[in-house]
Design a protein around this ligand. Structure first.
Ligand code: NAD
Length: 369
């Protein structure tokens, strides 16, 4: 792999390789863009099959964080880190503290958080060595489980889509098909039930389906049927790549709005949704509630402020829809445009010098007199 070519392609700022023989640490930190603020992004621990695979994954994820923070109105840039190792076998206090020391050397340019393969305990170990970490346990001033905030954000994004298609933000009487009743899916069902929506649900876990029937009067369908049930909104809250060549012809919804990451198998599937007149709320815009919540820790966590910021996902999705119409592009393309427009606007602001440019020289010449 030609790494500098890769960095040039998407204008990455910095890649840091962290190695500690004593603890076995092999980690990569990627800082993609800090125009809007320090780069925030989780730390993934995964037994990558090669170092190249780890670098490629980290580069891709870091860039995604730049866009996500930008559309969410956060004053944060995009970054990510990966630790090469098996989270079941290779974790130790020293490993994460060692990684924390590397983060500290960056002086706040990169802030880490939990991700796949890492936990709040790991963040607590990192926190011993650096304050540039969020997503620590509630007892350490952390923000706790992000899922209810992610679900609230999805509901707000869904409102923006429903308004576009049906002319009202109300979900009362709308039929919503929820795929996956885990952390986010369950909270989303609860919010939708409170709004008076009709729920159709599916999960591979029977107990979760039964709970949704009991608590929300949801109608269950088999996991393989949920993509093809007639509904107003399909809310994928389980897996990625649910919109693909196989599922596309089966979809019988008008809107796709859920929490899952990487909903589109490939960008061309977003174009096909648009051709079919299905409004897609881009994943990284609508599922940013968890990020918005965890980022609030940087200001001393306040759940009320985090909630009101998450509510703004409605505006973000409206903004995406407006750009999609303005530029006649699918919404997944419009989301990137919204992010880039904000970054460019901030980067292009007037640069003002303040103070005397050679103050120290002036002082020195005065001292000589
Ligand atoms: P989770 O693991 O708690 O829940 C996923 C649920 O999906 C589980 O109940 C699982 O049994 C079910 N499931 C798995 N395969 C299925 C299938 N084929 N059909 C139907 N159900 C199936 O995960 P989560 O935290 O609720 O996250 C859900 C999605 O949202 C993931 O894609 C995640 O990356 C994304 N996301 C979550 C957050 C968050 O705050 N938790 C934030 C952003 C994005």
């Amino acid at each position: 792999m030609q790494i500098f070519e890769k960095l040039e392609e998407y204008r990455y700022e910095q890649v840091v390789f962290c190695h500690d023989k004593a603890t076995g640490l092999k980690a990569i930190i990627v800082i993609h863009n800090t125009t809007l603020g320090p780069a925030l992004g989780g730390c993934r621990m995964y037994p990558y099959e090669s170092e190249e695979a780890a670098v490629v994954d980290c580069l891709r994820l870091a860039r995604g964080m730049t866009y996500k923070a930008a559309v969410s109105g956060l004053n944060l840039g995009g970054g990510k880190s990966v630790i090469i190792g098996d989270p079941e076998r290779d974790k130790s206090e020293a490993l994460f503290r060692s990684f924390g020391r590397y983060i500290e050397t960056l002086g706040g340019r990169y802030i880490t958080a939990e991700d796949v393969g890492t936990s709040t305990e790991d963040m607590a170990n990192i926190q011993v060595e650096t304050s540039y970490v969020v997503g620590v346990d509630k007892t350490y001033g952390g923000s706790g489980d992000p899922s209810p905030f992610t679900a609230l954000g999805v509901l707000q994004g869904m409102r923006a889509c429903v308004e576009e298609v049906f002319g009202t933000t109300s979900l009362e009487g709308r039929t919503v098909a929820v795929q996956g009743l885990g952390h986010v899916g369950y909270h989303l069902c609860r919010l939708l039930d409170e709004e008076g929506a009709n729920l159709i649900v599916a999960d591979v876990r029977k107990d979760r389906v039964e709970q949704a029937i009991r608590e929300f009067g949801a109608k269950p369908v088999a996991p393989e049927e949920i993509v093809s049930v007639p509904c107003d909104v399909f809310a994928p809250c389980a897996l990625g790549a649910v919109v693909n060549d196989e599922s596309l012809p089966k979809l019988r919804c008008q809107i796709i709005a859920g929490s899952a990451n990487n909903v589109l198998l490939e960008p061309r599937h977003g174009e096909e949704l648009s051709r079919r007149g299905i409004l897609y709320a881009p994943d990284y815009v609508i599922n940013a509630g968890g990020l918005i919540n965890v980022a609030d820790e940087l200001e001393g966590y306040n759940a009320q402020r985090a909630t009101s910021r998450v509510m703004r996902i409605y505006d973000a999705v409206k903004g995406v829809i407006a750009i999609s119409k303005r530029d006649r592009v699918p919404t997944h393309v419009a989301a990137d445009t919204l992010a880039l427009e904000r970054i460019e606007a901030i980067a292009g602001m007037v640069r003002l010098h303040t103070g005397h440019p050679y103050g120290h020289l002036q002082r020195r010449s005065r001292e000589r007199l």
